[in-house]
Design a protein around this ligand. Structure first.
Ligand code: NDP
Length: 327
């Protein structure tokens, strides 16, 4: 028997979560059983743990957790053997398939990635889906060339934002972080941001389709009016990696920045990334994300803290990265 945070639906269709004991027989089908060591909370986990499952959870009872790291306990697949350290992000695990909010998980071998050299399971979850996605965004910007001048990171004090700031700064870029929480300014500077941009400077509706050419690149976790404004402030030929929608799914913009400044809007999806690109991103994380900066982002938690953290992350109130020790 092992502990899991199980979501159950009441008669009114409202889901609530509680830690309970499960057995391996309760787990869904799959070819690898992983003894989970660490998981985390991402914005999407906040949605899955919300009373209506954020439109993502299809069936109850459900075990959430869109990512985890741990040790293979048993495997029917040649690629993995007991004792191997693994990490999982994406593939709709924690949404459609049971996820990492438990001491054990059974998943498809195809969904796993061997833990890269240089990272332990706790560090892998300090990175988590959020940080993995930050690295995918950095790689996409690099593929389109990052221009001189500050690289903007929106939602900077959140998970995606914090890791993006630390990676970009470590790579030698001048980083500007947009935050709605001025009290996180020192924290963002400690991660390597050289400029803090107040959220209110950027969340007003676009009035002029082009503003001054300011940013050499952007990783945007916010979307909505902020992304629309940022497009008009990009340097000629610069790129914006669109990662998130913490501020809204709309895009009230014009096409003028694309047509007159050759600005690129790059879509970033972490869920269905091909295996080879996952390996490449995790290797880059181990190489380019300073571990002392990663540690400075971490707040520790346990399975029973997750319902409160889920509500907090949907309110934009989680700073940096949460690492959940499930044991
Ligand atoms: P967090 O909640 O940790 O970070 C989001 C940050 O956005 C907040 O900390 C806050 O930063 C800012 N923010 C929140 N609400 C607003 C608002 N109304 N207006 C402007 N800024 C706001 O979440 P994550 O970092 O885990 O995820 C960020 C986004 O990225 C989410 O939308 C998530 O769904 C998406 N995502 C997408 C992935 C993909 O594959 N494309 C993978 C992972 C995440 P501050 O306080 O500094 O202003």
């Amino acid at each position: 028997m092992f502990d899991a945070l199980v979501l159950k639906q009441d008669e009114d269709g409202k889901a609530t979560a509680a830690v309970q004991q499960l057995s391996v027989d309760d787990l869904p089908s799959g070819d690898v059983v992983v003894a989970v060591e660490y998981t985390t909370i991402n914005y999407k986990d906040g949605l899955c743990l919300s009373p209506k499952g954020g439109g993502l959870v299809r069936q109850y009872p459900h075990v959430g957790g869109i990512d985890f790291a741990g040790t293979v306990e048993s495997s029917d697949d040649d690629r993995y053997k007991p004792g191997d350290k693994v990490v999982l992000t994406g593939w709709r695990v924690g949404e459609v398939h049971w996820g990492g909010y438990a001491q054990k998980a059974r998943v498809k071998a195809d969904w796993l990635v061997p833990l890269p050299d240089g990272l332990d399971t706790r560090q892998a979850m300090a990175v988590g889906t959020a940080g993995f996605t930050s690295m995918l965004s950095v790689m996409a910007l690099e593929d389109h060339s990052i221009k001189d001048g500050p690289v903007l990171v929106t939602g900077a004090a959140g998970g995606v934002g914090s890791v993006a700031v630390a990676i970009l700064a470590a790579l030698g870029h001048d980083v500007a972080g947009v935050t709605g929480r001025p009290e996180t300014g020192d924290y963002l500077k400690s991660l390597g941001a050289t400029q803090i941009v107040p959220r209110e400077d950027l969340n007003e509706t676009v009035k002029r389709p082009l503003e001054g050419e300011t940013w050499g690149g952007c990783i945007d976790a916010v979307g909505g009016e902020m992304l629309a404004r940022v497009l008009g402030q990009m340097q000629y030929g610069a790129s914006v990696a669109s990662v998130g929608l913490a501020g809204g799914a709309g895009l009230p913009a014009t096409v003028i920045p694309f047509l007159l400044r050759g600005v690129n809007l790059l879509g970033i999806d972490s869920v269905m990334q091909p295996y080879e690109n996952r390996l490449r991103a995790w290797k880059r994380i181990a190489a380019d994300l300073p571990m002392d900066k990663l540690e400075a982002m971490v707040q520790p938690a346990t399975l029973s803290d997750l319902p409160k953290l889920a509500a907090d992350i949907l309110q934009g109130q989680v700073k940096g990265r949460v690492v959940v020790d499930v044991n």
